[in-house]
Design a protein around this ligand. Structure first.
Ligand code: HEM
Ligand code: HEM
Length: 229
């Protein structure tokens, strides 16, 4: 059977992926440094908000294999995959669950982080919108989710190593170049996800990141002057 090069991951999806990898790593490093680096933890976290929103919109308006409708499948497809009967391109039905879990967990992490406080000097930018008890509760959830992030990211990287090493399927290269050599008949390169779709996704992502950075939080009331007598 003849092998042909098929474009599976469009450029925005690839940039999203490697930027997410770098920023999640930076968010963890900054929080481990602590102190003044917490300000950076917050900034990096807000950038991750933008990335996640971009990916959600891109999952609706992006190119073929980046769309949720293409890779989010029911239990039937997962069973077929596990029995070795699934044929397809892009995220496989089981891998799609891990993609959704990663996106969902990171969305949870940034949402709780925005309202968190570290009881010392750093508060998330939306902290003024909740009371201290709620912020403490959200900070607790934010801290505990750390281990789930390590677990899911660890599983993600282990699955990728398994594909590359044991299944001899280099799935990392397509996440860099966008293309994969495929020998299935009838498989076409990704279509759609043009400039308009990109601008729409970028504008929505920038708007949500702007709001998440605290731009819409009302300023605190000026301190009440107490008379000196
Ligand atoms: C995916 C993105 C994020 C990751 C992986 C992450 C990770 C973490 C981790 C592991 C901790 C716990 C540190 C410890 O135990 O000492 C933490 C604390 C914290 N993070 Fe994040 N974070 C993220 C996003 C955010 C965002 C968006 C904000 C706010 C803008 C934020 C604000 C905070 C605050 C205020 C704390 C201190 C909480 C406390 O001390 O109880 N984080 N973060
Ligand atoms: C913090 C670390 C990481 C996170 C949060 C992460 C997250 C993700 C997400 C959300 C996707 C889905 C992509 C999409 O459709 O938008 C994905 C796919 C992928 N990731 Fe990662 N990733 C991380 C690290 C890595 C590393 C270090 C590698 C390479 C060694 C890697 C290789 C891949 C590959 C090859 C895919 C495509 C899998 C497929 O063909 O179905 N990732 N990752």
């Amino acid at each position: 059977m003849s092998t042909k090069k098929v474009r599976i991951w469009d450029l925005p999806t690839r940039i999203f992926h490697w930027a997410l990898f770098l920023l999640v790593t930076a968010a963890i490093v900054s929080v481990k440094i602590g102190g003044n680096a917490m300000v950076w933890h917050g900034r990096i976290g807000v950038a991750i908000v933008g990335l996640l929103v971009f990916r959600i919109v891109w999952g609706l308006v992006g190119s073929t294999y980046a769309r949720f409708a293409h890779f989010v499948r029911g239990p039937g497809a997962i069973r077929a995959y596990l029995q070795g009967r699934w044929r397809g391109v892009g995220h496989n039905p089981l891998g799609a669950l891990s993609v959704l879990a990663l996106l969902g967990l990171l969305a949870f992490q940034v949402s709780t982080g925005l309202f968190s406080n570290d009881d010392i000097a750093f508060n998330g930018p939306l902290y003024p919108l909740v009371d201290k008890d709620t912020s403490d509760w959200l900070s607790g959830l934010h801290n505990q989710a750390e281990w789930f992030i390590y677990g899911l990211v660890g599983l993600h990287i282990a699955a990728i190593l398994y594909y590359v090493r044991f299944k001899k399927d280099d799935i990392v290269k397509p996440m860099i170049t966008g293309e994969k050599a495929i020998n299935e008949p009838g498989v076409e390169s990704a279509r759609g996800g043009g400039v308009l779709a990109f601008v729409l996704a970028l504008a929505i992502a920038a708007g949500v990141a702007w709001a998440a950075s605290g731009a819409i939080v009302p300023p605190p009331p000026p301190p009440v002057e107490t008379p000196s007598w």
